[in-house]
Design a protein around this ligand. Sequence first.
Ligand code: BGC
Length: 764
Amino acid sequence: MKKRIVVLLLVFVLLGVIIGLLVRCSEPSPENRDASSSGKRIEALIDKMTLEEKVGQMTQITLSHLLRQDEEGVKEPFELDTARLRKAVVDHHVGSILNNGGHANSLAKWHTIISQIQEMAMDETRLGIPVIYGIDAIHGANYTQDATLFPQQIAQAATWNPEIVREAASITAYETRASGIPWNFSPVLGLGREPAWPRFWETFGEDVHLAKTLGRAMVKGYQGDQLTSDSTRVAACMKHYIGYSVPRTGKDRTPAWIPERQLRQYFLPPFAEAVDAGVKTVMINSGDVNGIPAHSSSFLLKDLLREEMNFEGLVVSDWMDIRYLHTRHKIAATQKEAVKMAVNAGVDMSMVPDNYRFFDHLVALVREGKVSEQRINDAVRNILEVKMDLGLYEKPVTHYENYPKFASEEFSRANLEAAREAITLLKNKGNNLPLDKNTRVLVTGPTANSMTALNGGWSYTWQGLETDRFIEEHHTVLEAIEAKAGAANVMYAAGSGFEEDKNLRAAYQKAQQADHIILCLGENAYCETPGNINDLYLPESQQKLARRMAATGKPVTLVLVEGRPRLISNFEPQMDAVVMGYLPGNRGGDAIADVLFGDVNPSGKLPFTYPRHPNSLEIYDHKSTETNGPQHGLGYNPQYSFGHGLSYTTFQYSDIRLSDSTMAEDGRIDVEVEVTNTGNRAGKETVMMFLRDHYASVTPPVRKLKDYQKVALEAGESRKVQFQIRPQDITFVGRDNRWIREEGKFSVMIAGRQATFVFNKSQS
Ligand code: BGC
């Protein structure tokens, strides 16, 4: 009898399994599912969801809050606390989790974490909706041990090479997905027009066109063309929308004042371009613009983002930023009021990140009729769509074993290539560089022997200060120089700390025995508010070291490893050469050594204006009134201008040829210039085309970048480079804040040459 019961039970279990499998198989595969069927699926889900389930989807919690804790915080090694996870995912139906728990994890650890989360979300909740995990993988999968860490965004911008940016993003997506994570809070599309801002290096620099083109390349690299069926891709998140990057004080998360004309002309286009490229998500600016915190602005979140730019994706808040409407910005008298403001303004998901008050308040607000159920449904729809677009229902967990190229030699080579193209030679008096490998060099300064400095923030930890602990095999600048020139030719002295004096005398003494001094100055890692500064000059201790090295009478090459242009004007004239390394990532030391010793011909160009004086921060596309007084060193007179970057070869430009001297409303002008490598080694040159509007009803900038192309030329080789100008290229935001174009004279400017044409609407 007993035996029979057991057999019967077994048959039932087996039947259950078969039925389960059949149900799973009948789910449409991502390839077959068209937009409308996924739309129907989402609507069906929304119909079934309770209010709590919907609000849970809108709630994002940080990983640390879900890990085992003791009195000191998260317990090492990290482990999910099942009770905490259940409270989030089952009791509060949380739709999203973010961050790294404190520091980078191994692939295996990530796999365990993500699997546990998804198992609970899919098996223990009524509707089995997968969680979307998000992370800041801003220069590689920087929270995964051993991942490929690329140059930071500002350095990628210095390559002026969209293909390099696309490739780096595509590798980052692969390694992020290998870590089980499908959502990346990148790229930053704010413009770097405020050099003191501690997130300057997270931008593509000061120019609109450069940020537009590289932002598009990055979004494409992250998302690919077929997000759903490609589990090597991640959803991108353009951030921080909008105006975050130009705080008036230069300090992080302080107010910005941006007239609407400027907002539209400069700050919106990179975001609009990313929307056009299909970006799936957006993160909101933590600060306020013109007195209105972005998280509460229906003008920014509805009128501009949804109505004008037609963004259809998911809007996520930044860290605690709904709460901050109450506690920091003081526009909401209570936290509940803050939730109402933000959700009604258009925020779909709150990066809470460490409690359930957002959840409680929002449920109450809907019940009280202060937030409509329709608004909630819209937000949930946006969230579920991204989950579906990512194929998370079909594949909630990816396994690192299916990502054999993770941290591969191939990826490392791509990384090195990116760093090599970023390094920018700013000065080379008397062709001091490249150095002969037999030169006896002294390497000194705080950034000489530090992987932490090369990578900057968002590297293994948020502030990036523990990088040296995570890296064994990569080279600092010193190690790369030793590997290249032979340890016997290389001396080292710390010389100075980042902010404090070190043994200056030892450096001075060693310098006596050197033929050349490689002086590595700059910044230690930082990001966000902890990176605020009061003084743009490099700290005094570093200036002292520079002056002391110059006093030896030996030639000095200054290598800058820094996230923003720290002023060097009070000792730069004594430097023989200056190499800008930015934050070049894990292969940055090698790339800098390659440039110093001539194995690579530098081709990086500054993506921003390097200022000379702290109170003269004019940028390249300033108005002509800002140029006043250059004869006295006043007005626009930067240390190095936007687009500047030298090579070990020389390039000569022909005159600019225009296909026509007039352009009509339906017309077009073809521009051609011939570039010749007149030196004796191969090199890469970025050909930049600027336009100047001679007269306009709104004061025009002295020039504006319209297009660029990077070309590789062998010694002696010439190349014709072509651009096109169309009427939309001469538009600007007029007096009524709308895009217009006006008739008149325009100059095309390429490498110091000019040609003019006239725009005449009526001419056929
Ligand atoms: C930053 C965002 C980031 C978020 C999540 C915030 O502090 O401003 O850029 O994506 O944290 O880590």
